[in-house]
Design a protein around this ligand. Structure first.
Ligand code: IMP
Length: 195
């Protein structure tokens, strides 16, 4: 497979690390910082797909280059799918990971059904055409937080098939289950098919 270069439209260094660890040398991923782009891309929509599309479109208009973005939400069954698309700002515009976890655990306090899923939607703009990929990881929300790795809601999410939270796993272990890994795997397969 010929090495493709893609700008990843995000300022989230955790996401950049995770995705680089998944693609290895198969794709040359350039973060916004590495591309010298300093922009806070808006996420104004009420679906993951629309926000992902917005982010890749903004960067494509700015650079004219092939690029992709992703939007991820934690969807909790007992909370009717919340925080979902509002995951980053669940507890307010400060986008504070700890505040978001605290609010989630408070809203689930005493609830028996702790089922949840992470869902990632990728928007790829490849030679002016847009393509979408999705990855889902099912699991459950813990009663208390555990682990120091990762980011966001990782300390309170246990994926199906494990007894550890994402925050108790190395990046390679998280990649065995991760929503983001599944979506990126589809992106890689797609790029192989159009080679
Ligand atoms: P966004 O895709 O940047 O809007 O991310 C939404 C929020 O979801 C982030 O701020 C994190 O709090 C959370 N999030 C996204 N991906 C993950 C993950 O892999 N683990 C834990 N939390 C995540």
């Amino acid at each position: 497979m010929q090495i493709q270069t893609l700008i990843f439209a995000t300022n989230n260094i955790h996401k950049v690390k995770e995705i680089k660890s998944v693609v290895g040398d198969s794709i040359n991923i350039i973060s916004l910082a590495e591309a010298g782009i300093d922009i806070d891309i808006p996420e104004p929509h009420d679906t993951l797909i629309a926000n992902a599309s917005e982010k890749s479109s903004v960067i494509h208009q700015l650079t004219g280059q092939n690029c992709f973005s992703e939007d991820t939400g934690l969807e909790v069954a007992e909370l009717n799918g919340e925080p979902g698309v509002k995951s980053a700002r669940y507890a307010g515009d400060g986008r504070n990971f700890q505040d978001n976890i605290d609010l989630l655990l408070k809203n689930l306090s005493g609830k028996f059904n702790r089922s949840a899923q992470f869902r990632t939607v990728i928007s790829l703009i490849w030679h002016q055409k847009e393509y979408f990929f999705e990855g889902i990881c099912n699991g459950k929300i813990t009663e208390t937080q555990n682990g120091l790795e990762g980011f966001g809601y990782d300390p309170v999410f246990i994926p199906e098939g494990s007894t550890k939270t994402f925050a108790e796993m190395s990046m390679d272990e998280k990649n065995c289950f991760s929503h983001r890994k599944k979506a990126v795997a589809q992106l890689i397969s797609f790029l192989k098919t159009i080679e």
